[in-house]
Design a protein around this ligand. Structure first.
Ligand code: GLC
Length: 609
């Protein structure tokens, strides 16, 4: 199969070169497009195709179809509402950030936590009304507290004598209502246990001696995941997090436990070491460029990102959990459009109060998405990503159709460049009569006029019915501009693997360099080979080096200086010897710290006279 894929890619490439040679135009269809040599494995790691069993495939297809789920961060931290010693500290990280001892946390958080207003049916109503198709609840977060009936005594039923199993109530309700259920489990960080990673304030160091960590992992983490995968009906997804101290053996063990008890449960990549069935490495709704790099030849494996309707953390705080974000409704909707347009799935987080109720302000935010989906769901559920690699706005597709998602539309004209398939008809998805919109298609340029009365608040979706089953497109190839200058903005590159994300508002990378495979790859048409001076636009970082590669040369770039400010800095010269379409790439030489705020906007190459 793999060989076949390589041969196909080679054949397509040769064809493209021939076409390029004749017409200087690259015609592509949206066939599977790997830009990384993944040796037959999905690009985030060690999971090979054999992990995609028939049961996993069924759920993976559902996930691809569903696109939108509810994340819930809820635990004893909610009891503290983000405040310790009269100071606003943080949400679910409060124990860590305020260095609250295990004793105090037991006394003031877990010991008082009795969420007696929890109502599973309300929660499922809220998810349903938002158009969400699955719920993922934090069964144990880093504070080590089990939110379900565990044999380990530090749990919701026993510790404060609450007595109700909220996870059981939720799983019963979900089963009855056809809502899929998953759980989040912090497998490595456990601030309550001496052997769990993370608690340095009670136990001396964040990283634990191997024997202690092994014992914690075996006795608590594995046992609890066994409980969770046996006692709560069908589990759709297991969402692990922060894989500190996880090695291959431990990851494999967790994969095996989950598989044995829940053969269809989808495991996320934060289990660690490249294990898992789908990648969730990207936080806060920051999305990567269009790539189908995680698609298997016969299975579309989506990646996933998540953000929260609350502010200042994922769990409940008095200062970030009650905020009315109605002004930002369209941002959440547009996040969803953009994520689906890039091949992803969106998990949107709510944070219930300590009593188990979900604040109305949070409900409002997500219900608005549900209302929008009620009208525009066709463009989201089950949709494929944009056929264009660098869409000017969110674009999704289905066979024979392209959906243009226009946020807060100003004026009446929508433009698109690069679509080669003939458009037979354009209409607004919200318009039940499907009135044909005036359109003008000349070569690869298209414009559609939206009458004022058909414009939607938030996001207007325009449907293009096209002649081809799969859209034919002409992906932009960067060209040298005046004086031979080559501009390489991040906005116009592809990512070699999923684990990099891009901030659409600022047009910069987000957490680039956490992995040395995080290549940024530009496709450029060179008309003037030669030596180029390299300028990098970034906000500076002292300990970061990345390597710029052309087919003829490499150059190390150290973006030091002007820390914090976006500036254009010069870094020496690089050679480009050949004419024609080439790839230029930038790869981290070593990994950058997780907390780095490094932002990179792109490169400018100036010919040296
Ligand atoms: C991070 C945080 C955690 C949160 C998660 C959600 O890993 O440690 O608090 O649950 O992100 O993505």
């Amino acid at each position: 199969m793999y060989l076949l894929k390589r041969i196909t890619i080679l054949t397509v490439s040769i064809c493209c070169l021939v076409v390029l040679g004749c017409k200087n135009q690259q015609v592509e269809t949206n066939s599977v497009d790997y830009i990384t040599d993944t040796s037959g494995k999905v690009d985030f790691g060690k999971t090979d195709t054999s992990a995609y069993t028939p049961e996993i495939r069924v759920n993976m297809k559902k996930l691809y179809e569903d696109k939108f789920g509810m994340f819930v961060h809820w635990g004893p931290y909610a009891q503290l509402e983000g405040v310790w010693n009269d100071e606003e500290v943080s949400a679910e990280w409060i124990m860590h950030n305020a260095k609250i001892s295990v004793n105090d946390y037991e006394k003031y958080a877990a010991g008082l936590f009795k969420p007696d207003k929890f109502n599973a049916s309300d929660w499922v109503d809220i998810a349903e009304n938002a158009g969400m198709k699955f719920i993922v609840l934090t069964a144990k977060h880093h504070d080590g507290f089990a939110m379900y009936d565990s044999k380990h005594p530090y749990n919701l039923l026993d510790f404060a004598g609450f007595g109700r199993d909220v996870l059981k109530e939720l799983s019963d309700e979900c089963a009855e209502r056809n809502m899929k259920l998953g759980f989040y489990y912090s497998q490595s960080q456990d601030w309550h246990e001496e052997g769990g990673a993370g608690n340095s304030w009670d136990f001396g160091s964040r990283i634990k001696p191997q024997d202690k960590f092994d014992a914690y992992f075996k006795e608590k983490a594995v046992e609890q995941v066994k409980e969770l995968t046996t006692n709560y009906g069908d589990i759709f997804m297991v969402w692990f997090d922060t894989p500190i101290q996880m090695d291959d053996e431990k990851c494999q063990l967790m994969m095996d436990v989950v598989k044995e008890n829940q053969p269809g449960a989808l495991v996320n990549s934060r289990l660690g070491q490249g294990f898992g069935h789908f990648d969730v490495s990207i936080d806060n709704g920051k999305t990567p460029s269009v790539s189908k790099a995680t698609w298997l030849p016969d299975l579309k494996v989506p990646w996933q990102t998540h953000e929260s309707v609350t502010q200042r953390g994922w769990g409940y705080t008095s200062y970030g959990g009650e905020n009315d974000r109605s002004e930002e409704y369209s941002d959440f909707i547009y996040s969803l459009c953009r994520i689906v347009g890039n091949g992803g799935v969106y998990l949107l987080n709510l944070a219930p109060r300590p009593d188990g109720t979900i604040p109305q302000s949070q409900v409002n935010s997500i219900t608005a998405i549900g209302d929008w989906l009620e009208v525009n769901g066709e463009a989201i559920y089950g949709a494929d990503p944009s056929p264009l690699k660098f869409p000017p706005y969110a674009i999704t597709s289905k066979p024979g159709k392209i959906y243009l998602h226009i946020k807060d539309m100003e004026g009446n004209k929508v433009n698109l460049t690069g679509l080669l398939s003939k458009v037979n008809k354009a209409y607004c998805l919200a318009d039940k009569s499907k009135l044909s919109l005036a359109l003008n298609q000349t070569g690869e340029k298209l414009s559609v006029i939206i009458p004022e009365e058909l414009k939607q608040p938030r996001v207007t979706v325009v449907v293009l019915e096209i002649e081809d089953y799969n859209a034919k497109v002409h992906n932009e190839i960067l060209q040298q501009v005046a004086d031979g200058i080559i501009k390489l903005p991040v906005a116009k590159c592809e990512f070699a693997i999923r684990r990099i994300s891009y901030n659409y508002e600022e047009h910069v990378t987000h957490r680039w360099g956490e992995n040395t495979k995080q290549g940024l790859v530009w496709t450029v048409n060179i008309t003037k080979p030669g030596i180029y001076k390299v300028l990098s636009e970034d906000n500076g970082n002292d300990d970061y080096v990345f390597e710029l590669r052309t087919p003829s040369d490499t150059l190390d770039i150290e973006p030091k200086g002007n820390m914090g400010e976006m500036t254009l800095k010069s870094h020496g010269n690089i050679q480009i010897n050949q004419k024609g379409v080439i790839k230029i790439s930038a790869y981290p030489k070593e990994t950058i710290s997780m907390s780095s705020q490094f932002k990179f906007k792109g490169l400018v190459l100036e010919p040296v006279k």
